[in-house]
Design a protein around this ligand. Structure first.
Ligand code: B12
Ligand code: SF4
Length: 437
């Protein structure tokens, strides 16, 4: 069979005022440019797991959700889904099927809403695909096959033996970053988190030599790649993290990752990360106010417990020459309209090199979604296209919807202007110069 892997690329947002701001604010443009060009690691893994004997192609649907014409030459097309673009993905699937191409859908959104996807796809996959996909491809090539494939009916994916993702299928398309996975999942359980809802096992680390092997594969294809670790929380295990960094040092490849604040507890780890060319860590701080964080991490109240130490921790990380991108969620139940000024004050005081603000987003499959639904606080419960992290689709507790929307814009204007970026970043560069002098 000729099998196509179709990723839905680009970023999504609908709020008109925020979009307008995004077009003009340097800080938003900068991050948008980086993010809008990342290939789908999930599909590259599936390609690597496809049984031999098939012709494989990787495609990207453009930012407007249109599929490239070449995809119609395939017999079978696998599509990855996030909630924000799932309606576009369904429309692509419908067009392909009308043209006689068979369609398989998987990924985060259809894993939690498989019945919805069955109206648009021949096969729907729930959960991680490394075991279901090869079995299904063999079954499909041989004739009749079930329409739903659930990873829970198979042994769980062993991340110790993942193959090298098929980076070679990316061709010469100019990506600004290449995704590599070093860990899968996260041991914490934030009630709004959509990343971990489909994983069978919460947190798994890959063997360091296998990560190095994947990076070598990228280096074989591109001269000076920049890596984005497509992890949820890389440095939970500090000893393993040090082993990883030691192995990365000789590779000399810069990278970005997501991790939690505990990375700041370990001087040696930070030192090794810097030597291994870590450029930035993205950390979900969520709120500068401890009481707003009470209970949002449901296993150990991790975020509320760590909140009072946030500023010291950020300073320790940035003092090592690693920038911090601090993420805040706006609209949490205990946040009042004062939150917008509090975040601004915190970001300037730390000062954070980069800041990401998003609105609380009820992704399907999360405890947050179920709670807001039962409390009658979802504005449009099946408007998945609003799951962008920038569009408000729920009634906040301590402010109005309008206050949340307007507060988000007010804050974006103050965080992402050229002057604000310069002022927040200046101390970071000054400290680096002092260290080098
Ligand atoms: C890298 C990343 C991106 C990249 C994506 C690149 C790409 N083309 O895939 C970029 C920067 C473009 C991006 C954009 C967005 N992202 Co993003 N992103 C991530 C991140 C950090 C890692 C994804 C990843 O690579 N995972 C590792 C791979 C191996 O896993 P996977 O893709 O899920 O694939 C596995 C399975 O899902 C399954 N599978 C997937 N597809 C298929 C298909 C078939 C046929 C089969 C059999 C199996 C299968 O098998 C794979 C292997 O096990 C996640 C966090 C996370 N943990 O998922 C957020 C995440 C996916 N992003 C999220 C969001 C909200 C967005 C945006 C909407 C933000 C915005 N406002 O624009 C956009 C949407 C983009 C779009 N076009 O739809 C949410 C999505 C939640 C949801 N339910 O939809 C997440 C979970 C983060 C969060 N805040 O909660 N993102
Ligand atoms: S710490 Fe981050 S990745 Fe882990 S559960 Fe919370 S939001 Fe999700």
């Amino acid at each position: 069979m000729k099998i196509g892997f179709l990723a839905m690329s680009g970023l999504r947002a609908h709020d008109a005022k925020l979009l307008e701001l995004g077009m003009t604010l340097p800080g938003v443009q900068e991050r948008g440019r980086v993010l809008s060009s990342l290939p789908s690691l999930g599909l590259l893994y599936l390609a690597a797991c496809t049984p031999p004997g098939h012709e494989l192609r990787y495609f990207e649907a453009e930012g407007d959700g249109r599929e490239p014409a070449e995809v119609y030459a395939c017999d079978f097309v696998a599509i990855n889904t996030f909630s924000a673009q799932v309606f576009e993905a369904y429309a692509v699937a419908d067009r392909l099927r009308r043209a006689g191409v068979r369609v398989a859908m998987g990924g985060l959104h259809v894993s939690v809403r498989p019945d919805e996807a069955l109206a648009h796809a021949d096969q729907v996959f729930v959960g991680e695909g490394e075991r279901t996909w090869p079995t299904a491809v063999n079954a499909i090539a041989g004739g009749a096959t079930p329409r739903t494939w659930n990873a829970r009916d198979f042994p769980s994916v062993d991340v110790r033996s993942l193959p090298v993702p098929r980076y070679d299928l990316l061709g010469r398309r100019p990506y600004s970053r290449f995704p590599v996975q070093t860990t899968r999942g996260c041991p914490w359980r934030c009630d709004f988190c959509a990343s971990n809802v489909m994983l069978q096992e919460p947190y798994r680390k890959r063997p360091v030599p296998a990560v190095v092997r994947d990076i070598q594969a990228i280096k074989g294809l591109r001269k000076r790649p920049f890596l984005e670790f497509a992890d949820d929380n890389t440095f939970v295990d500090h000893d393993w993290g040090k082993e990883l960094c030691r192995a990365l040092i000789p590779l000399g490849v810069p990278w970005f990752t997501e991790t939690d604040i505990s990375v700041a507890d370990d001087e040696e780890l930070l030192h090794l990360m810097r030597q291994a060319r870590c450029r930035q860590v993205l950390i979900g701080l969520e709120s500068p106010d401890q009481s707003a964080l009470e209970g949002i991490e449901m296993r150990a109240n991790f975020k509320s417990r760590r909140c009072t130490g946030y500023i010291d921790a950020i300073r320790r990380i940035q003092a090592k020459g690693i920038t911090v991108n601090g993420c805040f969620v706006l609209g949490l139940d205990r946040q009042s309209p004062a939150i917008f000024e509090e975040v601004l004050d915190f970001a300037n005081r730390a000062p954070l090199y980069d800041v990401q603000i998003t609105v609380l987003t009820p992704f399907p499959g999360t405890p947050l979604y179920d709670r807001l639904l039962s409390e009658g606080r979802l504005l449009e419960p099946t408007r998945w296209d609003l799951c962008t992290l920038f569009d408000v689709n729920f009634v906040p507790k301590k402010m109005t919807v309008t206050q949340l929307r307007e507060g988000m814009c007010w804050l974006a204007e103050r965080l992402y202007s050229e002057e604000a970026l310069r002022q927040r970043r200046q101390p970071y560069f000054e400290q680096l110069w002092r260290q080098r002098a």
